[in-house]
Design a binder for this molecule. Structure first.
Ligand code: GAP
Length: 456
């Protein structure tokens, strides 16, 4: 990995992100009271809101805005022959070595080549085992008896659920090539090394879209989807200088891929894959045709041509996108000069479309009817926005708490509110405050969200 200290312009570190995520209820370690479950994480109240919003944004961009892309939610458990046909039983492996002394386990391609050659543990210097292939699919059994005949796998990618339904969808929805099928769902991989928080986990979520095209048009569609996926992140409001393309070399290509590019994001730990755009050729449908004995050809109703379509895949990690959004939004800003910790604020600069809480309503005081008025206002805003209410502590502290949760707007109810039905609207990024009529508040917030511009 390159030395990123010069290129990484963000203020986030993985330690700060992990700690804020726990403190504010974005992400908790799974089964923490039992010492934690490796490779699994739980999404708390703010985390699930953020994850749902990222998923919704992707879903709109990939289905609602395209006439020819439809959605699917396939089962996680699939017929075991699916994974033979897809090549995962044979090829979905990582090279693994163990240290005989300290029992640490490594991916052979992730340790220095000299350690591998000398069979020397990079951590304790002990002897390493020979490299062996390790299949990353989780296995379980269907039914009461654990025998080979009833093995099923937890899907390691959502894509196969789309391929086995491709004919169903053509028939039920009268799809004509080119067309796409989109899906968001859980995937599972028995990762040897899970580190960097939610970056690489055993249980995660993917947002995948498979686009079925006529052979010979695949290179053109591949380029088109690369352009669209790049534009997507621009629209999501991600810093574009933290994104780059990485083309897979021959030795990196997955067993199904004819060509592949990753979109990489500059995380605090360095450039890492965020999403893959793959030209999967007609590999998957041809194999499913061979293994199931079913005809997977597409019949063009106008020309009567028959062919197995090529597939262009866009495959993004939802949970990895969430980590990117957290890192991208994280900021620390000096806001005063009093020589104490209140001089600084931590602020999550989420796009208002993604922020887990859109607006917090805060009474300046609990007494004199201000709390009741603030509760009423919150009630009015609930239909349109996710809201929070906070009456505990000094108003400055309450603003800081909302800044750290990434709430883009705070509405403060004060004594003037009671006199003339106006409130203070405070903007998270500029900290500017303006007075707004209560009757116009919801409309004003809608406008602010639509016209939002990140600060330079
Ligand atoms: N269907 C193709 C496919 O699954 P992939 O490159 O293996 O391709 C696609 O995975 C995306 O899924 C990755 O770019 C990443 O965002 C996410 N992903 C893969 N493995 C992951 C893991 N162990 N933890 C979290 N996200 C993962």
């Amino acid at each position: 990995m390159s030395d990123i200290s010069n290129e990484y312009q963000g203020k986030a570190t993985m330690e700060k992100i992990t700690s804020l995520a726990k403190r504010r209820g974005f992400v908790f370690q799974s089964s923490e009271i039992y010492g934690g479950q490796n490779g699994a994480w739980d999404y708390g109240p703010l985390g699930i809101e953020l994850k749902n919003r990222i998923a919704r944004f992707w879903w709109k961009e990939m289905t609602q805005l395209h006439d020819e892309i439809v959605g699917l939610d396939a089962a996680i458990l699939m017929h075991p022959r699916v994974w033979e046909a897809s090549g995962h039983v044979e090829n979905f492996t990582d090279p693994l070595v163990d240290c005989k002394k300290c029992k640490a386990r490594f991916r052979a391609d992730h340790i220095p080549p000299e350690n591998l050659a000398q069979k020397k543990c990079p951590e304790c210097g002990g002897e390493l085992t020979d490299t062996r292939k390790f299949n990353m699919m989780f296995q379980t059994h269907i039914g009461a008896v654990e025998e080979k005949a009833n093995i099923v796998y937890l899907r390691p990618e959502t894509a196969q659920g789309i391929y086995v339904n491709y004919k169903n969808i053509i028939q039920s929805n009268r799809m004509k090539i080119p067309f796409g099928i989109a899906q968001i769902g859980k995937a599972f991989r028995n990762e040897i090394v899970t580190k960097n928080f939610i970056f690489r986990t055993c249980e995660f979520e993917q947002m995948e879209m498979q686009y079925f095209v006529k052979p010979g048009t695949d290179v053109e569609w591949f380029e088109e989807w690369r352009k669209r996926r790049w534009a997507y992140y621009e629209k999501l409001g991600i810093r574009m200088d933290h994104l780059r393309w990485h083309r897979h070399g021959k030795d990196e290509l997955a067993h199904y891929a004819r060509d592949a590019y990753d979109i990489e994001y500059l995380f605090p730990m360095g450039w890492q894959e965020l999403e893959g755009v793959h030209n999967r050729s007609n590999y998957d449908l041809t194999r499913h045709s061979q293994f199931s004995g079913k005809d997977m050809q597409y019949i063009d109703q106008e020309t009567n041509e028959r062919y197995i379509p090529f597939i262009i895949e866009t495959s993004a990690g939802l949970t990895r996108n969430l980590l990117m959004v957290l890192c991208d939004a994280y900021d620390e800003e000096k806001v005063a000069d009093k020589g104490n910790e209140d001089d600084w604020r931590t602020v999550m600069r989420f796009h208002p479309q993604l922020a887990p809480i859109t607006v917090a309503v805060l009474p300046l005081m609990k007494k004199d009817g201000l709390a009741e008025m603030a509760q009423d206002i919150r009630q009015e805003l609930k239909e349109d926005f996710t809201t929070d209410y906070d009456q505990a502590g000094a108003i400055g502290r309450r603003y800081r708490r909302q800044d750290e949760a990434g709430t883009p707007f705070c509405v403060t109810v004060d004594y003037e509110s009671k006199e003339n039905n106006t409130v203070t609207l405070r903007f998270r990024d500029s900290m500017q405050q303006i007075r707004v009529n209560r009757a116009e508040l919801a409309e004003r917030l809608h406008r602010e969200i639509k016209e939002f511009k990140p600060i330079a």
